[in-house]
Design a protein around this ligand. Sequence first.
Ligand SMILES: [Zn+2]
Length: 182
Amino acid sequence: MKVGLICVFTGTMYSGKTSAAVKFALNTKKPVQGFRPEADTRDKDEDIVSRDGLRIPGKRVPHAGVILEKVASPTEVVVIDEGFMLPGLVTAARVLRKRGLTVVVASIGLRFDGTPFRNMAELLCYADFIRVCEDTRCACGNRASFNRALLPMESDIVPGDGERYAPQCALCFDAPLLGEET
Ligand SMILES: [Zn+2]
C-alpha cells in the first residue's frame, strides 16, 4: 500500500507560502481538495486563492479533525492554508499521510512574539518535505525571518494584513517600533 507525504511551505507573512503550496499541488496533476480555517476572517472565500490568483477549490473548517471527514475520493492531494490556526493539524496530517494522501500545508511558523506555534513546530518534525519561502524582505532590505505585530495583539491569532503585521529581519525584530517607549 502506498504511503503519502507531508509537505510544508513556511516562511513569514507575504513570503509566497500559499502561492508555492498551490503551485506544488497543481503541478502534481492529481485531484486536489483545499481547506482553510474558519478563524481566518480576512475574506469570505471558501477556496484557497494565492496572492497571484491561483485557486484550489476549498472548504472552511473549524479544526483539522473535520478535514478527515471531508476528504473524499478521488482526492489524492490535500492543501491546508494557514495551518497554524487549525487545532488538530498534526494528527490530521499524519492520518491523511497514512491513507496515502499528499498533504500540503502553508503556514507561518512563528507567533508575533517570535516563538513557534506548537502545531507548526511539531508538523515540521513530521514533514517529509519542507520549503522556507522568502519572497519578502524586511523594510531595511535584509531577509525577513519574523512577523512583527504593528498593533496590540488581543490573542495569538488575530487575522490581518499589512495594516497589522510586517515581515522583519532578526535585527529589526529585536528593535523597538518607531515611536515605541524603550
Ligand atoms: Zn530589518
